[in-house]
Design a protein around this ligand. Structure first.
Ligand code: C2O
Ligand code: CU
Length: 631
């Protein structure tokens, strides 16, 4: 079973455990001892199942079970033992249970519930605050129950002893609760050095990120490519006639396609006409100088209505990229503030057919470019065809190519080494990611499917047969080649990011947040690196949703997934999908100084907290590194 499935099952069994024991308590209180016995027996089985699941999950990684082993399991074991001692015999004997036995049954239910809440709301890493609050919660619930099931007034002298026990329990629970609440306000350290040296350069006296600008001249043989892009609201009509109330670059969806040849100097003037939230342009996957990165509040001020900003970078990376606003991007990108950036190599022969195919969802309508129907394209048999697939949405898309074998020649704008020919394989593209596929046009038609339906036809009518094909796994595709680092390299810094949902502060307010190591933006410690460091990330997903992880300014090399090394072509990406229960190891060299956003590219998730910064020692972001990062 996959770790993701185990996590779901664990949630289900946890809730079931709580339900069975609470029901056992309630039924016992009502005097129906036989039924209570049955429920308790089921409860014991559920507890056993839970322990088994935790044991299996523990093998998948400490991240998945830490809080269960430290809080949930001990609470369950202690209360189950107490219930066995206090309620076991009376339950088996039948007849009305004494109050203490009823309370003991409830106590297991409270413990099971607390264990679930600790997992679901607290998560990883476990904090003292959460542990104490869980104890306090169980204690308080037991106390209230004791009161509720106690025989009505008029009981004999026996009542005196439980009262002092109750007082003790009450004081302990209140103390634990108060400590738990207090500890919740302890602030995270502001930086994480990942096991490397602490900052050498005082934060306030470094190079300002705004001084890290792109070159002013093209490379050898290159020219200057000036563009002006204007952000404005517009109503755009898709091919079907569907009207989109859009935020656009140049009044169109997507924005203007930017192209260059390797070595050209790209100069883009961004003007904002009327986007009241403001805009920027982030060059997704392009390793520009940090001052050109378009992260508002970190690398530049947001461009408000009437303002403009000039970007400049040399087109050194050939391949398929895209650009998008980084200001309130969960709204801005969705509504249309994005476009494609394609850089051709200087020396290569162009393909006969070269199609740039950004997939985007407008108001629930999927479109390729501005075509929300089935796109028709011409291609002669024998023609060399390149399809550049871009996922500009926040969820993954699944592509299929029917009627031809093909090669996946580039991932995220980086060439795959010796890509083998495949057919009848699906391509799952992470949010923000790009795949370039090539093939030689066959005699018959070719169809491109997105999420199971045909969205484009090449060369004539008739759809070739499509199917529910197995996914091509880029970690095991293509041929190995030399790489600068592997799982065995000694890294200067190693950062672990455990992704989950949980209670956390986001932008100053409490939320059921998308968290990194239990915290939300901007309370996640920034990652500190020094220029020249080899840096490793371990990204673990404990949640039930996919998180497309994206670091600005650097391509990362995929080392392993779930501890198993990648075996195919070196896989360099800027965005990788960490699915539920997965753990990815990736690495990069810190060779592009700056302050870089590091976030989930499901943009609503980033908005809900899943975003942090990676800062080079000696570089300061806007306002000394404490700027309010918009996103
Ligand atoms: Cu494509 Cu920070 O994003
Ligand atoms: Cu996410």
């Amino acid at each position: 079973m996959s770790t993701g499935q185990l996590i779901v099952l664990d949630h289900v069994v946890a809730v079931l455990t709580a339900a069975l024991w609470l029901a056992a308590g309630a039924v016992a209180a009502a005097g129906r001892t036989r039924v209570a016995l049955g429920l308790a027996a089921g409860g014991v089985l559920a507890v056993a199942g839970r322990l088994g699941l935790v044991a299996v999950l523990a093998e998948r990684g400490w991240w998945f079970v830490q809080e269960k082993l430290l809080v949930g399991v001990p609470l369950l074991v202690v209360t189950v033992v107490a219930a066995a001692v206090l309620a076991g015999r009376p339950l088996l004997r039948g007849g009305a249970l004494p109050p203490v036995a009823v309370t003991a049954l409830f106590a297991v239910g409270y413990a099971a519930l607390a264990a679930f809440v600790v997992t679901y709301v607290g998560g990883y890493p476990l904090t003292w605050s959460v542990a104490l609050l869980a104890l306090a919660g169980v204690g308080a619930a037991v106390l209230v129950t004791t009161q509720a099931v106690a025989p009505a007034t008029g009981a004999d002298g026996v009542a005196a002893a439980p009262l002092s026990r109750r007082r003790f329990l009450g004081i302990a629970a209140a103390g634990a609760g108060a400590a738990g609440v207090g500890l919740a306000f302890v602030r995270a350290p502001s930086a994480d050095a990942g096991g490397g040296a602490a900052a050498v350069h005082p934060a306030m006296h470094g190079t300002a990120v705004t001084d890290l600008r792109g070159p002013t001249t093209p490379g050898a043989g290159g020219t200057v490519r000036p563009y002006t892009v204007t952000a404005r609201t517009a109503t755009v009509v898709l091919a079907s006639g569907h009207e989109v109330d859009a935020w656009t670059f140049d009044g169109r969806l997507p924005g203007p396609p930017l192209t260059a040849v390797q070595g050209d100097l790209v100069e883009v003037t961004l003007r904002n006409e009327d986007i009241s939230d403001g805009v920027t342009i982030h060059w997704h996957g392009y390793d520009v100088a940090c001052g050109e990165d378009g992260a508002p509040g970190t690398t530049q001020d947001v461009v408000g209505p009437g303002a403009e900003f000039g970007y400049r970078f040399r087109a050194d990376q050939a391949g398929t990229f895209w650009y998008h606003t980084h200001q309130v991007s969960h709204v801005g990108v969705r509504r249309g503030l994005y476009g494609t950036l394609v850089v051709d190599p200087r020396d290569a022969d162009p393909d006969d057919v070269d199609l740039v195919l950004p997939v985007h969802t407008y108001d629930g309508v999927l479109a390729i470019g501005d075509d929300d129907g089935v796109r028709e394209e011409a291609a002669e048999p024998g023609a060399s065809v390149r399809l550049r697939l871009l996922n500009t949405d926040s969820e993954p898309h699944r592509f299929g190519l029917a009627g031809t074998a093909f090669r996946l020649v580039a991932v995220d704008g980086r060439d795959v080494h010796e890509p083998g020919e495949v057919s009848e394989r699906a391509l799952r593209l992470p949010a923000g990611g790009r795949y370039d596929v090539t093939f030689t046009m066959p005699d018959g038609p070719v169809a491109l499917t997105v999420d199971g339906s045909v969205r484009m036809r090449l060369g004539g009518d008739g759809d070739p047969a499509t199917g529910a094909w197995a996914e091509l796994d880029p970690l095991h595709y293509g041929a190995p080649a030399e790489v600068p680092f592997t799982l065995n390299t000694r890294y200067d810094r190693h950062f672990t990011m455990v992704l989950d949902r949980g209670a956390a502060m986001v932008d100053g307010g409490p939320a059921f947040a998308q968290t990194v190591n239990g915290r939300g933006h901007p309370s996640i410690p920034e990652q500190l690196v020094a220029e020249g460091d080899l840096v490793r990330f371990t990204v673990v997903n404990r949640s039930l949703e996919t998180h497309p992880w994206h670091l600005h300014g650097h391509g990362v090399l995929v080392l392993a997934r779930d501890g198993r090394a990648a075996t195919g072509s070196p896989l360099w990406v800027d965005t990788f999908d960490v699915r539920p229960g997965e753990a990815w190891d990736v690495a990069f060299e810190a060779a592009n100084p700056g302050v870089w956003m590091n976030h989930c590219h499901n943009l609503p998730h980033a908005e809900q907290g899943m975003m942090l910064r990676l800062r080079y020692d000696g570089v300061t972001g806007l306002a000394g590194g404490h700027g309010d990062a918009q996103h």
